[in-house]
Design a protein around this ligand. Structure first.
Ligand code: ATP
Ligand code: MG
Length: 386
């Protein structure tokens, strides 16, 4: 395995060709890093911004050897990468973040166990791999709560709410066929937040200010930084993010999601070993962006201590509203402090993230006003259609 540093002009391989890969490729290009995308979709958004693209299924052995032969190191831009592919790839070239960290984040029970072992608090949870175990878990841990698939979930998919013990059967049934399930107690949170943390190969760890996240229909709708949390909570979550980055040997960028409850508890929800949707604000609101930071770290360069440049609000744009065109998009940039990011997806499927809007400004209330004005222009084409 080659532990070498990727030189300027060297090539980084990215498993997955979505918007995260696209923004990684763009950030890498600015620093002279080439990128090779591996994604079965010939129209993958990242391929439009990268140097080259291998169009092949993720279990293709010939694609694996071609990919490894053409790159100096690899990363991935979604968590549901076949962990076998990541493992096999790591026999051929360096893979960052390490595949062991990917495996932890791919299994919700292992993920929460690992976080607890590192001193983070979580909501009550337990396995629910059979109907009996599911019923026992609900009785033991209490309602309301959620059944979640232990792997493969994203954007709130693979979850079923359990409001009473009587509803266990139906909720459990609704997720049958999606692999093993777990149960977790519902958290009455006051604020939902995330922390983006970066670590380089030399052990330097840096964090970004805490971001406040607002979901709708299980999908991140908008985020704002700084989050409305106490400085004690900010310090605690920042320390915990550092502990996880060090404890799980991060190289690259990862995000940790937390709930802050009304009675002042901080509960870890999940982690993503890659740049995160809630960190998109860093492209305009901080230096360097989470994508630049990720590319620096995985290439074997150093991470930079981030500078907070401006309060920033990020709004996701979903496919639902844009099936009939997106001519109105440039108009949002007539508003002060607004920047559009468009991912170039050909498929405008409902619920699919097709772009985002960043708003920078002096204070959070003004950012929220501008966000409202953006929504007006887009006429419900954000995440608030239904
Ligand atoms: N135990 C819980 N109590 C309250 N709300 C929850 C709980 N678990 C999840 N949620 C809500 O559902 C959202 C999605 O859940 P979660 O982050 O666990 O799964 P996900 O599908 O991997 O999400 P994503 O890919 O958007 O990060 C959370 O951001 C939160 O708003
Ligand atoms: Mg989540």
């Amino acid at each position: 395995m080659d532990e070498g540093i990727v030189p300027v002009g060297g090539t980084v391989g990215i498993l997955g060709g979505g918007q995260l890969g696209r923004m990684m490729a763009l950030a890498g290009r600015a620093m002279g890093l080439h990128t090779l995308i591996w994604d079965p979709d010939p129209l993958a958004p990242a391929a439009q911004a990268a140097d080259d693209h291998i169009v092949a299924p993720y279990d293709s052995i010939s694609a694996l050897s071609e990919f490894a032969a053409r790159i100096k190191c690899a990363t991935y831009e979604f968590e549901n990468v076949h962990s076998e592919t990541a493992q096999q790839l790591s026999q051929l070239c360096s893979v960052y973040p390490p595949p062991e960290l990917l495996q932890v984040s791919q299994h919700r029970l292992v993920e929460k166990d690992s976080a607890r072992a590192l001193g983070l608090a979580t909501t009550l949870y337990g396995p629910a791999t059979s109907p009996d175990e599911a019923l026992n878990a609900v009785r033991r841990l209490g309602v309301p709560g959620l059944f979640k698939t232990v792997s493969g979930g994203y954007d709130g998919k693979g979850q079923a709410l359990v409001e009473s013990v009587n509803a266990v059967g139906a909720a459990y049934q609704s997720l049958q066929g999606h692999g093993d399930l777990m149960y977790e107690r519902w958290v009455e949170f006051q604020t939902e937040v995330s922390v983006v943390v970066a670590r380089d190969r030399y052990g330097k760890v840096v964090t970004y200010p805490v971001t406040e996240n607002h979901h709708r229909r299980g999908i991140l709708d908008w985020s704002v930084t700084p989050a409305e949390v106490s400085s004690d909570h900010e310090r605690l979550m920042t320390e915990q993010a550092r502990d996880v980055a060090e404890g799980l040997n991060l190289v690259g960028v990862m995000a940790l999601e937390f709930f802050v409850t009304a009675d002042g508890r901080v509960l870890f929800n999940e982690m993503a070993p890659r740049p995160h949707n809630s960190g998109h604000w860093t492209i305009e609101g901080a230096w360097p962006s989470q994508f630049t930071q990720h590319m620096r770290a995985i290439a074997g360069w150093s991470v930079a201590t981030p500078r907070f440049l401006s309060p920033t609000l990020m709004m996701n744009l979903l496919g639902d509203g844009f099936v009939d065109g997106f001519e109105m998009l440039p108009r949002v940039m007539e508003l002060e402090g607004v920047q559009l990011h468009w991912y170039g997806k050909k498929d405008m499927r409902p619920g699919r993230k097709v772009g985002h809007v960043t708003i920078v400004g002096d204070c959070v209330p003004r950012l929220k006003e501008t966000a409202e004005a953006v929504r007006q222009i887009l006429g419900g084409r954000c995440n608030d259609g239904a």
